[in-house]
Design a protein around this ligand. Structure first.
Ligand SMILES: Cc1cc2nc3c(=O)[nH]c(=O)nc-3n(C[C@H](O)[C@H](O)[C@H](O)COP(=O)(O)O)c2cc1C
Length: 391
C-alpha cells in the first residue's frame, strides 16, 4: 500500500469515529459593526462575554502554566522607548511594503485555525476586515472556509497561506497550488506545532476542538475531517528538504514560522527561506519557551537583513509594534486580538482592531520622533537592566 492509500485509509477510519462538524459548536457570534476599543486587554474581556467558555478558552489559552503566554507580553517591558521631541518631525507615516505588497500599516494577522469557531462569517469576515484596514491576513491550513472562498470574499485583498505540512506530499503539493491559484502572496511553513501543546484550559472546560477543516476535507474526497483527524496526518519535524519542497511546489516566497533561535533561522535561510517568522505560537505550544520578543534581537543579528523578519506573540499595544520593529522585525503579526475584534464586530471589528494599533503606534512614533517605519526600524531602545542603549 503506498503512502497516499495509507493516509486515505487513516482519514476514513478517523472520519468514521467522528460526528463533529462546525454545527456541533456552541454559540457563534453574528456581530457586524463598528466597536469601541479602549485597549486590547479590555477587548479580550469583552470578547469573553460573547462566546462559550470552551471556545474562548481555546482561543485565549496557552500551554500548561502559561508562563510563555504571559511572558510574551511582559517581555516588551524589558526594553523602553526614548522620547524625542526634538527630532523636528511634522507628522508620521505608518505605511510600509512587504513581499511586494503595499500595506497601510506594519501590522498583519497571523494564521489561525479558529475563525469559524467564534463567528458565523468566519475567515470571510476577517479578510474583509483586513481589506478595509489596507493590510493582510494569513490563511491557515485549518481555516474554517476554503482558501478560494476566503479569497473571493475580498477579491483584491492580499493574503498569505500557512501550511501545516502533511506526511503526504501529494496533499502538500495540492494545497500550496490551490493557495497560489487563489492568489496567495507567500507560503508560511509552521514548524513549531508538530504536536499540539498541552493546553489545559480545554481539558478544564471539557472542550474538544472539533470544527471542520474544509481545505483538508476537500483533498480527501470531500469527506468532513476534523482538526484532530487532520492532525494525525501532520508532519512533526522539519528539515531543509521540506523548505525546498514547498518552494519548488508553490513557486512563491516561503516564510518559516516558529523560529525562536539564531541557529534555526540560519538553517531556514540556508535551505532557501525567503523570510523568517519569529514566534512561539502565542505561548500555545512549548510552555517555558522564551518570549518571542526576548529572542528577536539575537535572531535579527543572525539574519542580518538577508531576508525579512515577521514577528508575533504577545503584541497588544502600538508600543509593542514599535519595539518589535526597533528590534529587528520588518512586519508584526497579531493573533488573538484579531479574533476578539471578529467576535465583537465581524469584519468591522477586525478593522477596528487594526485602527486601534494604528492609533497607538502613531502616537508612540510621534512621541519618539520617528517619522516613518524605516525610522522606527533604526530607533535604539533602552535596556533598563543594563542601563544601556541598544547598539
Ligand atoms: C486560536 C488560535 C489558532 C491558531 N492557529 C494557528 C494555525 O492554524 N497555524 C499557525 O501557524 N499558527 C496558529 N496560531 C498561532 C498564531 O499564528 C500566532 O503565532 C499567535 O497567535 C501569536 O500570538 P498572539 O495571539 O499573542 O498574537 C493560532 C493561534 C490562536 C490563538
Amino acid at each position: 500500500m503506498n503512502t497516499r492509500n495509507v493516509t486515505l485509509l487513516l482519514a476514513s477510519l478517523l472520519l468514521a469515529m467522528s460526528v463533529n462538524t462546525a454545527s456541533a459548536q456552541g454559540k457563534l457570534s453574528k456581530a457586524e459593526g463598528p466597536i469601541s476599543i479602549l485597549n486590547i486587554a479590555e477587548l479580550e474581556k469583552q470578547a469573553a462575554q460573547k462566546i462559550d467558555l470552551g471556545a474562548f478558552g481555546y482561543v485565549q489559552g496557552g500551554a500548561e502554566d502559561e508562563i510563555t503566554l504571559r511572558g510574551n507580553t511582559t517581555a516588551f517591558d524589558h526594553k523602553q522607548i526614548i522620547p524625542d521631541g526634538m527630532a523636528g518631525i511634522s507628522g508620521v507615516d505608518i505605511k510600509t511594503r512587504f513581499l511586494g505588497v503595499d500595506l497601510a500599516s506594519p501590522v498583519i494577522i497571523a494564521p489561525m485555525a479558529a475563525h469559524g469557531l467564534v463567528h458565523e462569517q468566519a475567515d470571510r469576515a476577517t479578510i474583509r476586515g483586513t481589506a478595509r484596514a489596507g493590510t493582510m491576513m494569513a490563511i491557515s491550513t485549518y481555516s474554517s472556509v476554503l482558501i478560494e472562498d476566503i479569497a473571493k470574499s475580498a477579491p483584491d485583498a492580499p493574503f498569505l497561506f500557512q501550511i501545516y505540512m502533511s506526511k503526504d506530499d501529494a496533499f502538500n503539493e495540492y494545497i500550496v497550488n490551490k493557495a497560489r491559484a487563489a492568489g496567495a502572496k507567500g507560503i508560511i511553513i509552521t514548524v513549531d506545532a508538530g504536536v499540539p501543546g498541552n493546553r489545559e484550559a480545554d481539558r478544564r472546560n471539557n472542550y474538544n476542538y472539533s470544527i471542520a477543516t474544509p481545505n483538508v476535507a476537500d483533498f480527501y474526497k470531500g469527506r468532513t475531517m476534523t482538526q484532530s483527524e487532520a492532525r494525525a496526518l501532520r508532519k512533526i519535524s522539519f528539515s531543509a528538504e521540506d523548505i525546498k519542497f514547498i518552494k519548488n511546489a508553490s513557486g512563491l516566497p516561503v516564510l518559516v514560522k516558529g523560529i525562536l533561535s539564531p541557529e534555526a533561522a540560519e538553517l531556514a535561510i540556508r535551505a532557501g527561506a525567503d523570510g523568517i517568522w519569529v514566534s512561539n505560537h502565542g505561548g500555545r505550544q512549548l510552555d517555558g519557551a522564551p518570549a518571542s520578543f526576548d529572542m528577536l534581537p539575537l535572531i535579527a543579528k543572525q539574519v542580518n537583513k538577508r531576508v525579512p523578519i515577521v514577528f508575533d506573540s504577545g503584541v497588544r499595544r502600538g508600543s509593542h509594534v514599535f519595539k518589535a520593529l526597533a528590534s529587528g522585525a520588518d512586519i508584526v503579526a497579531v493573533g488573538r486580538p484579531a479574533l476578539y475584534g471578529l467576535i465583537l464586530g465581524g469584519a468591522e471589528g477586525v478593522n477596528d482592531v487594526f485602527q486601534q494599533f494604528n492609533k497607538e503606534l502613531t502616537t508612540v512614533m510621534t512621541l519618539a520622533g520617528t517619522p516613518d517605519i524605516e525610522a522606527v526600524k533604526k530607533n535604539k531602545l533602552f535596556d533598563p537592566v543594563t542601563r544601556t542603549i541598544d547598539k
